[in-house]
Design a protein around this ligand. Structure first.
Ligand code: KIV
Ligand code: ZN
Length: 388
C-alpha cells in the first residue's frame, strides 16, 4: 500500500455504540454499515461478537452483507472471544479480528490483576489463535496512552512476531496531549525492530476534547490507520470524529502529506443517519456536519464571501454533501447580502431609498428574531411597499 495512505477504521458500530443510550438493532447497524461502505470506509468494526447474542448476530449480518469494506469484530485476548469473533466473521470477504489487552500499570494491577509478563504471554497467545482463523489480526494495547514505553515496545514486538498486522495504540481515557502522543508514535516506530511489518494505528477518546488533534499528531509521526466514529460518537466524551479527521487530512494535505480513500460527499448524509438512529442530536456548531458549519451571518463575512468564497471558507460545503454554503440573514448581516437574497427571491428595489427603508426595517426585525427566513423578507418588503 502507498505509504501516504491512511486507513480509515470506523468503530461507530462498536465503540460508538458503547455511548450510553446509543445501542442499535441489527437492522439499524446494517443501514449504517451500508452507508459506511458507500463512503468507502476501509474497515468497519461491526461489534464485539462475544458481548451478547445480539452483537454476534449484528457482526454476522454485516459480515455477510458488506463486500467492499473489511469487517472486524473486537475480542478480548481470550480464547472464547476470539473463536466467537472468528465464527461471526466466517462469511466476510475481508475479515479482521481485533484483539486487545490492557498494558498500563493501573489496568494490569487493578483490572487484570496480572503481572506484565503474563499479559505479554496472553497477548502473544491471542494473536496466534486469531491468526489461525483470519489473515488480518489487529492487536491493541488498551490504555496505551498511560503505558510504559519500554513495555509497549516489548509487547508490540512480540505481537508482530506472533502475526499481528495492525498495531493499535489507544488513548483509552483521552489523557494524551498532541505533541507528547506524536512523540510516543515516533519512539515506538523507531525503537521496535520489526515495526515495518505492521501498520500502526491510533484510537483516541475525547475526554479533554483532543481526540482529533491527538490522532493527527500520531499520523504526523507515522500512524497509517485512524480509528474513529461518525459524529464522534462513543463512550463518555466520545471518540475522534471521522468527518473531522477525514476533512483535516483532505484540507491540509500540504502539511500532513497523507490521503484517505473516503468519498467525502456522503459525510453529511451518514452523519444524519447515525444521529437519527441513535437519537443523539448534532450540535449546530459541530465542525463539518453541524447545521452552522458552512453558514455565514455577519455582514463582513457575507460581503467577503460574496466577493470570493475562500475569504471565509477553507472547504466547500458541497464536498461533504451539503447543498451549498448558507448565508444566514440576522442582525449582523449587511446590505449587500440583504439585497442579494431578495434578488434571488425575485425582488428588485426600484430605488436606493426603497432599499434603505426595507433594510432599516430588516435590522429592526433582526433585533427581535434569531434568524430571518425568506418568508420574513418577502413579508417585510411587501409591508414596506404598501406603507409607502
Ligand atoms: O479505547 C480503547 O482502548 C478501545 C480498545 C478496546 C481498542 O476501544
Ligand atoms: Zn475506545
Amino acid at each position: 500500500m502507498n505509504n501516504n495512505r491512511v486507513v480509515i477504521f470506523d468503530t461507530t458500530l462498536r465503540d460508538g455504540e458503547q455511548s450510553p443510550g446509543a445501542s442499535m438493532t441489527k437492522d439499524e447497524k446494517l443501514r449504517i454499515a451500508k452507508a459506511l461502505e458507500k463512503m468507502r470506509v476501509d474497515v468497519i468494526e461491526a461489534g464485539f461478537a462475544m458481548a451478547s447474542p445480539g452483537d454476534f448476530e449484528s457482526v454476522k449480518a454485516v459480515a455477510e452483507t458488506i463486500k467492499n469494506s473489511s469487517i472486524c469484530s473486537l475480542s478480548r485476548a481470550l480464547d472464547g472471544d476470539i473463536d466467537r469473533a472468528g465464527e461471526a466473521l466466517k462469511n466476510a470477504t475481508v475479515p479482521r479480528i481485533h484483539t486487545f489487552i490492557a498494558t498500563s500499570p493501573i489496568h494490569m494491577k487493578y483490572k487484570l490483576r496480572m503481572e506484565p509478563e503474563k499479559v505479554l504471554e496472553q497477548a502473544v497467545h491471542a494473536v496466534k489463535r486469531a491468526r489461525k482463523l483470519v489473515d488480518h489480526v489487529e492487536f491493541s494495547c488498551e490504555d496505551a496512552g498511560r503505558s510504559d514505553l519500554d513495555f509497549l515496545c516489548r509487547i508490540i514486538e512480540a505481537a508482530i512476531n506472533a502475526g499481528a498486522r495492525t498495531i493499535n495504540i489507544p488513548d483509552t481515557v483521552g489523557y494524551a496531549i498532541p505533541h507528547q502522543f506524536g512523540e510516543t508514535f515516533q519512539q515506538l516506530i523507531e525503537r521496535i525492530p520489526n515495526a515495518d511489518k505492521a501498520i500502526f494505528s491510533v484510537h483516541c477518546h475525547n475526554d479533554l476534547g483532543l481526540a482529533v488533534a491527538n490522532s493527527l499528531a500520531a499520523v504526523a509521526h507515522g500512524a497509517r490507520q485512524v480509528e474513529c466514529t461518525i459524529n464522534g460518537l462513543g463512550e463518555r466524551a466520545g471518540n475522534a470524529s471521522l468527518e473531522e479527521i477525514v476533512m483535516a487530512i483532505k484540507t491540509r494535505q500540504d502539511v500532513l502529506n497523507v490521503e484517505t480513500n473516503i468519498d467525502t460527499k456522503h459525510i453529511v448524509s451518514t452523519s444524519r443517519l447515525v444521529s437519527s438512529i441513535t437519537g443523539f442530536p448534532i450540535q449546530p456548531n459541530k465542525a463539518i456536519v453541524g447545521a452552522n458549519a458552512f453558514a455565514h451571518e455577519s455582514g463582513i463575512h457575507q460581503d467577503g464571501m460574496l466577493k470570493h468564497r475562500e475569504t471565509y471558507e477553507i472547504m466547500k460545503a458541497e464536498d461533504v454533501g451539503w447543498k451549498a454554503n448558507k448565508m444566514v440573514l440576522g442582525k449582523h448581516s449587511g446590505r449587500t447580502a440583504f439585497k442579494g437574497r431578495l434578488e434571488e427571491l425575485g425582488v428588485h428595489f426600484s430605488s436606493e431609498a426603497e432599499l434603505n427603508t426595507a433594510f432599516t426595517r430588516f435590522k429592526e426585525l433582526a433585533d427581535k428574531k434569531h434568524e430571518i427566513f425568506d418568508e420574513d423578507l418577502q413579508a417585510l418588503v411587501s409591508d414596506t411597499r404598501t406603507s409607502e
